[in-house]
Ligand binder design. Structure first.
Ligand code: AMP
Length: 114
């Protein structure tokens, strides 16, 4: 099975601007930022998309949520506000089939999203 783009980033085969990593996840700057802060938080273990996550991945998913908040504090957007986005499937514009949480902040984010 061919590695996903984000697996290659997690394993250092493709360069990325990494802001945080641990044994379960990696967080790096989005190559095409949609806000002054636009990070992607990905699990090292491939979960194709959130709708395909399994019960035994609950701890990993919880870890990602906790780290998203910690990273937001680390990069200074926790108090001003930030948004977590997971695109699942074609209508949501999912491009990379490896679960990733967008962490967006550094400006006012409109609602509803486009
Ligand atoms: P999605 O549309 O939710 O699948 O998001 C995929 C995201 O990956 C987009 O925001 C892209 O800009 C971003 N992206 C694609 N290639 C790279 C890369 N090599 N490094 C960092 N971000 C990337």
């Amino acid at each position: 099975m061919e590695k996903t783009l984000f697996e290659k980033i997690c394993e250092g085969e493709i360069p990325a601007d990494i802001v945080y990593q641990d044994d379960l996840c990696v967080c790096f700057k989005d190559i095409s930022p949609q806000a002054p802060v636009h990070l992607l938080l990905v699990p090292r273990q491939v979960i194709t998309r959130i709708a395909l996550a399994q019960e035994d991945q609950a701890c990993l998913l919880g870890h990602l949520m906790l780290k998203a908040g910690e990273i937001a504090r680390l990069v200074g957007i926790a108090d001003s506000g930030f948004r977590l986005v997971i695109n699942n499937g074609p209508d949501a514009g999912e491009v990379v089939p490896h679960l990733h949480i967008h962490i967006l902040g550094g400006r006012h984010l409109g609602w509803p999203p486009g």
